[in-house]
Each structure stands twice: as structure tokens, then as C-alpha cells.
Design a protein around this ligand. Structure first.
Ligand code: 1HN
Length: 352
């Protein structure tokens, strides 16, 4: 029997094969299959919480050093520590905190990316969407759907800070980004502030339909005021509704045009957990960004306990089981890519 020479060892021969193929951009799948198709989601994103006051301090320092016009948008990116260099808070979503000071304008532009704003501080600044202003208060949700001209202004006497949630990594994933600046700082106003809210926010649309309508048919509403969603949550909780064991009292923001998600790529919801309530564990494939709107409590994620205080921002990546405990009545806002995953038949959740 012939003894095998070292160079005939199949392992060495395979390694030699790989080395020869690599410069021609060819690779063996069998070395990567398990990592490419994990048996369940295995997100590189980490659970992380930012305390509002820390971010605010840095943001106000930036406010003294660069104007909104200079910066175009004065924003600090909340990058997931497990996704360095990505500017993502999850693999599909972006989050940032934006400051606009009294008298400033963040100039008009539009882009393919969808954005939401969730107000953390201030009163009376506005976002203008295709020429209509939404005048904002704390915990209002405002949308700028993809492709619509938008600028921000602050005619109030106080700074305003909000959370920006965008689908930037999703659009990058599809290589589908387009963006342009408007010729002047402000897009011309063409409707009174609150015009679309006063109709579409009340289940009304122009009788003449398209002809009389400035807003895109599929995306008419872009302002979901705190006063309204909070009252709805309150009614649900105080009306004796059965509480969902995993979610607490929970309501999803929806698009009145089609009953679907607020935008094509982003879903958003709010929850009320009564004082003393502890939810059961739940996991879902939509990594979610939470804002603590009111109250104190704790989130438990696979054994890690994270205290929650007002205006904390928390990210829970895909398929990490979490449960929330409310020390006082706890109000949460959350956004995720659930809308997008559902369209792609990828979304899954599990009540544990
Ligand atoms: C954007 O348009 C805004 O309009 C904020 O306020 C943050 C981050 C990346 C790309 C566009 C805004 C953004 C953004």
C-alpha cells in the first residue's frame, strides 16, 4: 500500500483549491452554509440603551458649534454597538436624535428613505411635508414618507429634540437611494397647518377625491398627535379591556388609506403597562427601537435586567426574548421593520 504524501491530504488539496479560486471571486459554499442560513435569527446587533440626558448634553454642545443650516440636519446617530460603522440601530433601521434651536430652519430636501419623528422635548416647532406644517408637541409622531419634500423649522422660543427613525439600511440594502435638495431653504406652504390631520385623522376625505386632494392617495396622514393616541390608550386601559399578556395594552399606528402600516418599511406602535404589570416573554423577528414615554420600570432580556426611565431609548434586536415590568404606569413607543418583513413573508413572533 502506498503511503499518502502530505500534499495529497484532501484537506490540503481543498485549501489549495480555495486559494487558487479566491482571486477569481469564487468561494466554496460548504464552508459557509451554516452561517449563511442560520437555524434561527442570530443578529449581530446588541441590546443597548441610551439615557436621554447623556445624548442631550452632547447634542446641545453640538448646537453651540454647528447651525442646522450648516449641518443640514443636526443629528447624533444612535449606532448599535454590535453594528460598528453601519450607522444602523438594527440591521434594517436607523435612529438619531435631532436638535433644532429657536429660529433655525433645517433646509428642504427629499429622498427615497422613509422617516418618522417622535418628539422628546419642546413645543411648537414644525415639520413641513410637501408644503403642509405639522406643529409638534412632546410625544407626537410625525411621518415624512419617502419622496416627499420636507424641512423643519422652529419658530418657538425653546429647543426641540426628536428621535428620527429611518429605513436607511433597508434602502442601502436594495441599492435604491435617491436624494435631492430643494432650491431654497423652505418648501412653499400650500395648506394651513394641520389640514390633513383635520380630515384624514378623523376618517374624512375630500368628496371630490383626487382632484381636491394635495396628499398622495396612499399616504394621506402624517401627524399622529400624542393627545390623541394617549387618550386612546387610556380609554383602552380604563375601559376594562383584556390586557395582552405579552404586550400590555397595545395599539399600532396605521395608515387610514389602506389599514396597513404607517409607511411601507416601518411600523410603529404604543403600549400601556399598568403599574405592577409584568409582561410574559416574547420574541419577534423585527428588531425594535423603544422610547420610554412615561413611567418607570424594567426590561428583562435573556437574564439581563435594564432599568427604564422616561426618554430612555432602547433597542431589542431580532429574536431576543424580552419582557417588561412596570413599576409605575409605563408608556412605550416602538418602531420596527415589521411592515417590511410582513410584505416579504418573513415576519414571525413567538409568545413564550
Ligand atoms: C433626514 O432627512 C432627516 O429630514 C433626519 O430630519 C435624519 C438621516 C439620514 C438621511 C436623511 C430629516 C436623516 C435624514
Amino acid at each position: 500500500m502506498m503511503t499518502q504524501l502530505p500534499c495529497d491530504d484532501p484537506k490540503d488539496l481543498l485549501r489549495a483549491l480555495y486559494a487558487q479560486m479566491q482571486p477569481e471571486s469564487l468561494f466554496p459554499l460548504w464552508e459557509k452554509l451554516a452561517a449563511l442560513i442560520p437555524a434561527q435569527p442570530d443578529s449581530p446587533a446588541k441590546v443597548h440603551k441610551w439615557a436621554y440626558e447623556r445624548i442631550r448634553e452632547y447634542l446641545m454642545r453640538a448646537g453651540g458649534l454647528i447651525s442646522a443650516t450648516q449641518a443640514e440636519r443636526r443629528v447624533l446617530i444612535l449606532e448599535n454597538p454590535g453594528l460598528p460603522g453601519s450607522s444602523g440601530i438594527t440591521p434594517s433601521l436607523y435612529a438619531g436624535l435631532q436638535l433644532i434651536l429657536p429660529g433655525e430652519v433645517a433646509p428642504a430636501h427629499r429622498h427615497a428613505q422613509c422617516a418618522l419623528r417622535f418628539v422628546l422635548e419642546g413645543e411648537g416647532a414644525y415639520t413641513s411635508v410637501d408644503g403642509e406644517r405639522a406643529i409638534m408637541s412632546v410625544s407626537d409622531l410625525v411621518l415624512t414618507p419617502g419622496g416627499q419634500w420636507h424641512h423643519h423649522g422652529n419658530a418657538s422660543g425653546q429647543p426641540m429634540i426628536w428621535l428620527d427613525g429611518l429605513d436607511i439600511p433597508t434602502v442601502r440594502h436594495f441599492d435604491a437611494s435617491f436624494a435631492e435638495k430643494y432650491a431654497s431653504e423652505e418648501f412653499p406652504e400650500n395648506a394651513p397647518a394641520g389640514d390633513s390631520l383635520s380630515r384624514y385623522g378623523r376618517n374624512l376625505k375630500p368628496l371630490r377625491g383626487r382632484v381636491a386632494d394635495r396628499r398622495p392617495t396612499h399616504q394621506p396622514l402624517f401627524h399622529y398627535p400624542y393627545a390623541e393616541w394617549r387618550a386612546s390608550l387610556e380609554a383602552l386601559a380604563s375601559g376594562g379591556a383584556m390586557i395582552d399578556p405579552q404586550l400590555g395594552h397595545a395599539l399600532e399606528f396605521f395608515n387610514p388609506a389602506d389599514g396597513g402600516s404607517i409607511m411601507a418599511t416601518i411600523s410603529a406602535h404604543v403600549r400601556l403597562l399598568p403599574a405592577g404589570f409584568e409582561s410574559r416573554d416574547r420574541r419577534s423577528t423585527d428588531g425594535t427601537v423603544f422610547v420610554v414615554v412615561e413611567g418607570r420600570g424594567e426590561v428583562v432580556i435573556e437574564g439581563d435586567r435594564i432599568p427604564l426611565y422616561p426618554r430612555d431609548i432602547l433597542v431589542v434586536p431580532s429574536w431576543r426574548a424580552s419582557r417588561f415590568r412596570a413599576d409605575t404606569e409605563l408608556i412605550l413607543f416602538g418602531y420596527s421593520d415589521k411592515a417590511c418583513q410582513e410584505k416579504l413573508d418573513l415576519y414571525r413572533e413567538e409568545n413564550l
